[in-house]
Design a protein around this ligand. Structure first.
Ligand code: MG
Ligand code: MG
Length: 254
């Protein structure tokens, strides 16, 4: 069942979403060669607590940290640790904050210093996939429109859309119904109604979309072929007035 939120609940989520957004911005600004992913995790944990939230990932099914930090061919769910960022890396940062009873979930992939033009294009395309999907997150559309927007843009540029991980409903729980594949056919699936809130998160690879779970830590998910992957995510509400990005920085929309 897709839980719909009241206007007051959406406003509470927006407040939490501001913390999530500000945390991600702070983290992106802290990325530089020599920084470890554990240091980023520590910065995020302090930031979230200082702003009255709780890092939702910490302890989630036993996850040991406050953020996911996934460099290069790691797509998602990287455990922060001793890995030291180096010039030319990309790092995907994923933050979930619980605030006033609700979770907001957002991610971005940022370059470490200078990166090749081909990698910049991957990041830019993944960000645009998220924008295109968000644009479809409106009353009367269908769930399949979201995945279709991601797939058509990514594949038109020759990239792979990860199939085994999905976008999802979000609210009082981090993962609510529905699961939203990041690919699909327009006009299929449930109709979108005001008050639905989704964490939309395209995961796009330079190569194959097949994935590999790390046997070493049981969390990290890599591209099976070792190609680079990018991940952008926003928590978005369906409203009468169009999509409302609850985890964006700055002013209101929707
Ligand atoms: Mg996330
Ligand atoms: Mg998510």
């Amino acid at each position: 069942m897709i839980v719909r939120k009241s206007q007051a609940e959406l406003e509470a989520m927006r407040e939490g979403g501001r913390i999530t957004a500000a945390c991600l911005r702070m983290l992106a600004g802290s990325v530089r060669p020599g920084v470890t992913t554990r240091e980023l995790d520590s910065l995020a944990e302090d930031f979230i607590h200082d702003h009255g939230g709780r890092p939702e990932f910490k302890g989630y099914q036993g996850f040991p940290a406050s953020i996911c930090a996934s460099p290069n061919a790691m797509i998602v769910h990287g455990i922060p640790g001793p890995y030291r960022l180096k010039e030319g890396d990309i790092i995907s940062l994923d933050v979930g904050v619980r605030y006033d009873g609700f979770v907001t979930d957002s991610a971005t992939t940022v370059p470490v210093g200078e990166i090749p033009r081909e990698t910049t294009r991957l990041l830019e395309t993944t960000r645009r996939c998220l924008e295109a999907a968000t644009e479809q997150t409106r009353t009367g559309n269908h769930l399949g429109d979201i995945g279709h927007a991601i797939q058509s843009l990514a594949e038109s540029r020759g990239y792979g859309v990860v199939r085994d991980l999905v976008s999802h409903g979000v609210g009082r729980k981090m993962h609510e119904d529905p699961q939203i594949p990041n690919y699909g056919h327009p006009g299929t699936g449930p109709r979108l109604l005001p008050g639905m809130t989704f964490a939309i998160e395209p995961m796009i690879s330079l190569g194959s979309y097949d994935i590999r779970l790390s046997e070493w830590d049981g969390w990290s998910i890599y591209t099976a072929d070792g190609s680079l992957a990018a991940h952008f995510e926003h928590t978005v509400a369906v409203t009468e007035d169009g999509p409302w990005v609850l985890t964006e920085n700055g002013g209101e929309s929707g």
